[in-house]
Design a protein around this ligand. Structure first.
Ligand code: FRU
Length: 311
């Protein structure tokens, strides 16, 4: 089973012909309530692909709890390890999807829920999982959690063959992927503990990268040899590398996207890409095949509303 750890929230999504002007009163073509959050969206995509999947994030004991739980049940996503916080105020996003540009504008309210802690992770039997995916959003606990998973791997006679060209995820009992979407503290404590790093465009831009290839190169210097670094860059494709012991030997490759003329809904396209990469790598596919397939599925997602149609 693959476990995705991170945000589970409610998205109120309005589909508009174009992005509205400020201080105006609009009608939209359709408005839906969805279960969102990167970890939760990636779990949905994995469930659509047909993989056993668990999503782990904190949930508020409020009137939207049942909606989120029923939603996960309808996809067969396991969620019984999610801590339910009494008197919590759950996270929520208001999203505007504009038909003319294909943009999605997200206004997110964090609410007041705590993040998943190491003690929540210690309650899991890590032997039940084949892959752990972490959203890089929990700067205090995530380094400890990732260290704990690493120690589990050591106990499971995990070997890192940093001196060969075999990516670490292939030699790890329980591979770990980390999504870096935003700037967070302690990232440099987490990066060496990840086998696969998925770098978001916004974060990469903050680091000074102007394209996916530069982003992959910058990140490759911050991870251990044998780490897979992947950076999707919208319609410019996705760049990736497997870091080598000798930085001069780290080849960065860019996979072009599968362009689609009519973008219907781009909300969650990045989460779809990430989920598909994780699925492919966890099945033992090489990085090139995995990134290629993830670009295909992300393009498919852009052409449908929501994620259900990926089933
Ligand atoms: C999409 C998404 C939405 C959520 C927002 C949080 O990637 O996960 O579902 O509202 O991002 O940042």
């Amino acid at each position: 089973m693959i476990c995705t750890v991170g945000l589970i929230c409610v998205d109120i999504v309005s589909f508009m012909p174009e992005y509205p002007t400020e201080d105006s009163d609009h009608r939209c073509a359709e408005q839906t309530w969805e279960r969102g959050g990167n970890a939760s969206n990636s779990a949905t995509v994995l469930a659509c692909i047909g993989v056993p999947v668990e999503c782990l994030g904190t949930l508020a004991d409020d009137k939207l709890l049942k909606f989120l739980q029923d939603e996960m049940d309808s996809f067969g996503i396991k969620h019984d390890n999610c801590p339910i916080i009494p008197c919590g105020n759950g996270p929520m996003s208001v999203v505007v999807c504009a038909k003319d540009t294909g943009s999605r504008t997200i206004i997110h309210a964090k609410g007041n829920l705590p993040e998943i802690t190491l003690s929540d992770i210690k309650k899991l039997n890590l032997k039940n999982y084949t892959w752990m995916h972490f959203e890089g959003r929990n700067e205090l606990e995530l380094p400890k959690i990732m260290q704990f998973v690493k120690e589990h791997n050591n106990e499971e006679s995990f070997t890192r063959t940093n001196l060969s060209d075999v990516p670490n995820y292939k030699n790890t009992t329980l591979p770990v992927s980390l999504e870096v979407e935003l700037h967070i503290e302690n990232l440099d404590k987490m990066l060496p503990l990840a086998d696969v790093v998925l770098v978001g465009k916004d974060y990469a831009k903050l680091q000074g990268a102007t394209n996916g290839s530069e982003a992959a190169e910058l990140m490759s210097k911050r991870v251990l040899p044998g780490t897979v670094v992947i950076c999707p860059w919208g319609d410019q494709g996705a760049s990736y590398c497997v870091t080598s012991v000798d930085p001069k030997k780290t080849d960065i490759i860019t996979q072009p996207v599968y362009l689609c003329e009519n973008v219907v809904d781009s909300l969650g396209a990045g989460d779809t890409f990430n989920a598909t990469v994780i699925y492919c790598l966890s099945k033992g596919y090489d990085v090139r095949t995995s990134v290629d397939y993830a670009c295909k599925v992300a393009s498919l997602k852009l052409q449908i509303r929501g994620l259900k149609g990926l089933r």
